[in-house]
Design a protein around this ligand. Structure first.
Ligand code: NAD
Ligand code: UD1
Length: 337
């Protein structure tokens, strides 16, 4: 039987794409999710894409008994840990909820893995650990600086893993620092589905394109960037998902790693709006407003380490990110009719 991989947060935006990539690579993904921030119909949609229904455990990573049971019922060869809260603003308002879920839940997961003798882990980290980086493209060696409680939880988890690997070399850990995931699966069956008004740029633009929101607020045009608006390294979520498969392959050889997953190419807010306009053939209204507190001018990944250690290279470009996002949004609209 194919190796089983437990995917915490496997029903979420990135997790659902990771589940597909694992299936395509010949693994058997097992979703572990409390559906706190996931649609109930994701497993059915995954079954449509994969041609086979994924195993789903509805559980919370803060529940040790539930985790122990998952490891008893499934012979898990490795864990990909994505389950976490991820909204920066909310983390400032509710830091304890973020420490509870992102740090406490993670600690609980590590304990369950240790009890089960499963010491192979891929961890979802974020470019946010660089705070305001001195260097762009930013190398993995850049210092970690938290700008908010969410970022602090990622730094704490990375540090926990460092200590764990020092104490017990049997652990094989891949830390993946995602830049800005964007786009949706080519089938338009899974994608990002923010319930309320999105905080992030791509889902916000997408909702303006459908007419659900009136116009895009561009947060500042006086940054030290080519057109004055913020620049980010957007990476197609399917490329990102494939990075997890490459990470697992290295862990199977005992090669732990900490790498950026990005494209190495940055796009400004105005370039993103223009690209989405091309994909939709619609004019998207926007206005320049004040900077958003806590924003940095540029995030862009140095990508050589992921290429050299994992063989990772993002294959899909900006137009594909926008086109797949738009196909997903339109499929949602048709579904809602
Ligand atoms: P998401 O909210 O869509 O997915 C997270 C999933 O985890 C959801 O399905 C949610 O229901 C589940 N979950 C949360 N807490 C849980 C718990 N206690 N027990 C079980 N399940 C739980 O978010 P995403 O965008 O797919 O992000 C996945 C991971 O990637 C997170 O760790 C996030 O911090 C990280 N990340 C995301 C981004 C991004 O821009 N989306 C960027 C960098 C890093
Ligand atoms: C945000 C988080 C970061 C997290 C990342 C991925 C903040 C301060 N940072 O990063 O910690 O890892 O999401 O989840 O929230 N923009 C607009 N108008 C909008 C929305 C965004 O102009 O309505 C601009 C921003 O100023 C930025 C760019 O678009 O320049 C991208 O923003 P966003 O998608 O929120 O991602 P990040 O700021 O990179």
């Amino acid at each position: 039987m194919a190796e089983q991989i437990l995917v915490t947060g496997g029903a979420g935006y990135i997790g659902s794409h990771v589940v597909v990539a694992l299936h395509e690579a010949g693994y058997t993904p097992v979703i572990f999710d409390n559906f706190n921030n996931a649609r109930r119909d994701v497993p059915v949609r995954l079954a449509q894409i994969m041609g086979t229904a994924p195993s789903v455990i509805e559980g919370d990573i803060r529940d040790s008994a539930c985790l122990d049971q998952a490891f008893q019922e499934h012979e898990v060869g490795g864990v990909i840990h994505l389950a976490a809260h991820k909204a920066v603003g909310e983390s400032v308002a509710k830091p304890l909820a973020y420490f509870d879920n992102n740090v406490g839940g993670f600690l609980n997961l590590l304990g369950a893995m240790e009890r089960a003798g499963c010491k192979r882990l891929v961890f979802s980290s974020s470019a946010t650990v660089y705070g305001e980086p001195d260097e762009t493209p930013t190398p993995e060696t850049a210092p970690r600086r938290a700008m908010n409680p969410y970022g602090r939880t990622k730094i704490i988890c990375e540090e926990m893993l460092q200590d764990l690997c020092t104490a017990d070399p049997e652990w094989a850990v891949g830390v993946l620092r995602y830049f800005n995931p964007a786009g949706a699966h080519g089938s338009a069956l899974i994608g990002e589905d923010p319930a309320d008004i999105p905080n992030n740029l791509m889902p916000y633009i997408a909702k303006v394109a459908t007419g659900a929101l009136a116009k895009i607020s561009v947060f500042g045009n006086d940054y030290d960037t080519p057109d004055g608006t913020g620049v980010r390294d957007y990476i197609h979520v399917e490329d990102l998902a494939e990075g997890h498969v490459l990470s697992l392959a290295q862990l199977r050889q005992g090669n732990g790693h900490l790498v950026n997953l990005g494209t190495g190419r940055g796009y400004s807010v105005l370039e993103m709006i223009a690209a989405y306009q091309r994909a939709t053939n619609r004019q998207l209204p926007y206005e320049i407003v004040a900077r958003r507190e806590g924003d940095v001018p540029i995030y862009c990944a140095k990508t050589e380490k992921a290429r050299d250690l994992l063989g990772f290279e993002a294959k899909r470009g900006l137009d594909e990110m926008c086109a797949s996002s738009w196909a997903w949004m339109q499929a949602q609209e048709r579904g809602n009719d």
